[in-house]
Design a protein around this ligand. Structure first.
Ligand code: FSO
Ligand code: SF4
Length: 495
């Protein structure tokens, strides 16, 4: 059955839903299988029959935008879950408020699952997080639940996501060290190379270990850029730099490149013929015809890089600066607080979130450019590629643009906001801090729920509001949290 209804990401067709094929390149049969997989995970959560945490997280991860386009691997996952699937059209066809809240909950836990999966592979205990995910999935199938029952669960999803982010922060820093400010080259050196995309630092470390001494260099792509800040990863001399720009440029930037590409998580786009033979996937990522690395033996990727040989001359490029996680920012907390007190820093802008291909995203570039010289821009996730090649100068001895990491590092931004509030003995909402968040897929949904759970008000969200937020749910968000869509960069700049 190839019936399709998907509205889970920002680029959904017509701002309503993809119903024939996905704007992301996902076909109707794939969408139907992802629904069947989700329905099977819902059934397994309701019957309490011992579905493992690992399979729960891996299954949900495969339903995220730009992760899994491969019907065969989705079929295998459905068989592995081994439950009759709950029919998601019961949700899609419900009244708009119920549908809206159930969708928020479902997409929220998809985001939570992605974060928890990264902690799980690093050996951390995700049992409590998974128990909430099961509860939320069960709620999606409650036939009579409405606003009263669902709204508290949606807010609770924000709390659990905060736990998931905190756990991932601990897992990453204990595994790879505390990120340090790092200048990353964007040049590509001569010789064979592999470009690693996605978010999975564990996969990156394994690849670095397996390529050591092989003569193959490794470059990060997209959301892997912050990896360079971790001492445990940058110690590998053959981790050379960052390749290309944001994920949505890949079809253009990968074309004809004489290197191999490895996707560890989203965002994979349908590969073009000019480079499809050199793209590999692992974990939950899959695309028909691409070589999937099932275990963690990356020999085929290394062999492909050696076969392609790389460039014969250096491909020049500038630099990016990353590594301003909460550890590095809070190490300067005293100086930052003094600068705010003396008036040297007047405002902080958190301009971050995930990027997409749609027009209208130049808003974030324009806004960043308009921020005054006495302000600091905190950024994270792939939305930073809209402005991280701009020199914003310094303020109070710090770069004005501080890259706090991946979307997975949103906990760092929360920690910094909390620390500032504590230093000034006020609430986060009283700080001179503006939140301007770009959203694209489901991890951004879970982060938004976390910010709401923390009581953060007046968040500006763009480039457009989610299609799955009904007018009543939106009214609740506006009345209680002052959430609004971005307007114009000039209009949104709080001077
Ligand atoms: Fe971006 Fe893609 Fe990190 Fe997302 S690479 S869009 S929110 O998957 O995960 O920020
Ligand atoms: Fe459409 Fe986004 Fe769903 Fe892809 S993930 S089918 S673009 S709503």
């Amino acid at each position: 059955m190839d019936k399709m209804f998907c509205m889970q990401c920002e680029q959904t067709a017509g701002g309503v839903a993809c119903t024939r094929s996905g704007v992301c390149g996902k076909g109707a049969s794939t969408a139907a299988l992802q629904d069947t997989l989700t329905g099977a995970l819902i059934s397994a959560s309701r019957d309490g029959g011992g579905l493992s945490d690992e399979l729960l997280l891996r299954g949900l991860f495969a339903t995220l935008t730009n992760v899994n386009f491969d019907d065969g691997s989705l079929d295998a996952l459905i068989a592995e879950v081994g439950r009759e699937s709950y029919d998601l059209y019961t949700v899609w066809d419900a009244d708009e408020d119920t549908r809206s809240l159930k969708t928020l909950l479902l997409l929220g836990v998809r985001g939570v699952a992605a974060y928890a999966y990264h902690s799980f592979v690093l050996g951390y205990d995700v049992a409590e997080i998974c128990s909430f995910i099961r509860k939320a999935l069960s709620a999606v199938a409650e036939p009579d639940w409405g606003l009263k029952e669902l709204l508290p669960l949606v807010m609770d999803c924000g709390r659990v996501n905060l736990d998931a982010l905190a756990l991932l922060d601990k897992a990453n820093t204990e595994s790879f060290g505390t990120p340090e400010p790092t200048v990353v080259s964007r040049a590509v050196e001569p010789g064979p190379f592999i470009v690693v995309s996605g978010h999975d630092l564990h996969d990156l470390r394994l690849l670095l270990e397996q390529t050591e001494g092989s003569g193959v260099n490794v470059y990060t792509h997209g959301e892997m850029l912050p990896a360079h800040g971790y001492p445990g990863l940058r110690k590998f001399a053959h981790l050379k730099g960052n390749f290309g720009g944001a994920w949505q440029e890949q079809q253009k930037e990968f074309d004809g490149v004489p290197g191999a590409f490895l996707f560890t998580t989203n965002c994979l786009m349908p590969p073009k013929a000019g480079y499809a033979d050199r793209v590999f996937t692992t974990a939950s990522v899959a695309y028909p015809g691409l070589w999937h690395i099932d275990g963690k033996d990356f020999k085929p990727v290394i062999a492909k890089a050696l076969e392609l040989g790389g460039y014969s001359e250096t491909q020049p490029g500038g630099t990016f600066t990353t590594g301003f996680g909460h550890g590095a920012v809070l190490a300067n907390a005293g100086a930052i607080v003094e600068a705010v007190k003396s008036g040297a820093i007047k405002r902080f802008y958190l301009i971050g979130g995930c990027d997409g291909a749609k027009e209208g995203r130049s808003y974030f570039t324009e806004l960043a450019k308009l921020t005054p010289a006495d302000s600091v821009i905190l950024t994270l996730a792939c939305g930073k590629y809209r402005f991280n090649d701009i020199d914003f100068g310094t303020v109070a001895g710090l770069p004005r643009l501080l890259d706090m990491g991946q979307c997975n590092d949103a906990y760092g931004a929360v920690k910094v906001a909390m620390a500032l509030a504590e230093a000034f003995e006020c609430g986060v909402n009283e700080l001179p801090l503006s939140f301007v968040i770009s959203w694209y897929e489901q991890k951004a949904v879970s982060i938004l729920l976390t910010l709401l759970y923390l009581g953060i008000k007046n968040i500006k969200l763009g480039p457009s509001l989610p299609a799955f937020v009904s007018p009543n749910v939106l009214k609740y968000l506006v009345d209680n949290f002052g959430v609004s869509a971005v307007s114009t960069p000039e209009g949104d700049l709080y001077k």
